[in-house]
Design a protein around this ligand. Sequence first.
Ligand code: PLP
Length: 277
Amino acid sequence: MQLAMIDDKLVGMDELAPCYLDRGIFFGDGVYEVMRSYNGRIFALEEHMERFANSLAAIEISGVDLNQVRVRVKKAFESAKIENAKIYFHITRGSAPRNHNWDGNLKPNFFLTISEIEDSSKMKEEGVSVSIYPDMRWKRCDIKSLNLLPNVLAHNDAARKGCFDAILINDTGLITEGSSSAFFAIFGKKLQTTPLGTSVLPSITRKFVLKAAKNIGLGIIEESMTVPMALCADELFLGVTTKDIIPVIRFDERKIGTATCGRYTKQLIEEFHRFTE
Ligand code: PLP
């Protein structure tokens, strides 16, 4: 007899609810997306769907009907009636007794939540502090995978230090990105950020930030930077779907510029909001 135990309760393996055997739990074997709405309209839905499709393909989860995902997202969004909503969803490879090898016939599991986005206007005005932390992640950070333990450890370390996020530093001393955000610096009239590749998530916010930067006449440098370089920046900011642009006023306990939201960051926030109107 094959047995499972949930806290103190013994259950026959065949009676177990499939969620206990989700490969997402055993192996983090799944991918996710986070999108948001502004004033009752989902922002950049197709960009998120495209990234989701890339993540699914990269971990060889096939047979997902992306149109069905789109329909589910819209249905949940319409039912929730939240103007400024955060929409989280994931697909795991499916449920089966624990085995590293997957069975090609597994049915992927879909899960979604919608919640209200907290107002971040104060954060945008005042800016946030960030800490630094070693980038301990794997070599495919471009995949939005459920394996987030290094990000979770980094983010909790930041929270303990009173910081909004941790900026991850790789083994060669270069900044990759935040544990839950993309990272940007402004030097003079130039915006600098890590180039896309396998070491960072292709952030959707990043894409719109670069567009906004061009619109306001900033030059763009897609090159990694070190911590000493970031400390010399005129302005720093983070990009993340749920909050778009957040100014950084302290980096690893040191003040950036005048420790207020910088002039170009402010302009980028305004320009970004034109895309969301
Ligand atoms: N980098 C990491 C590691 C993230 O977790 C996130 C967002 O959660 C981002 C960057 C920003 O991505 P996006 O702009 O698509 O929200």
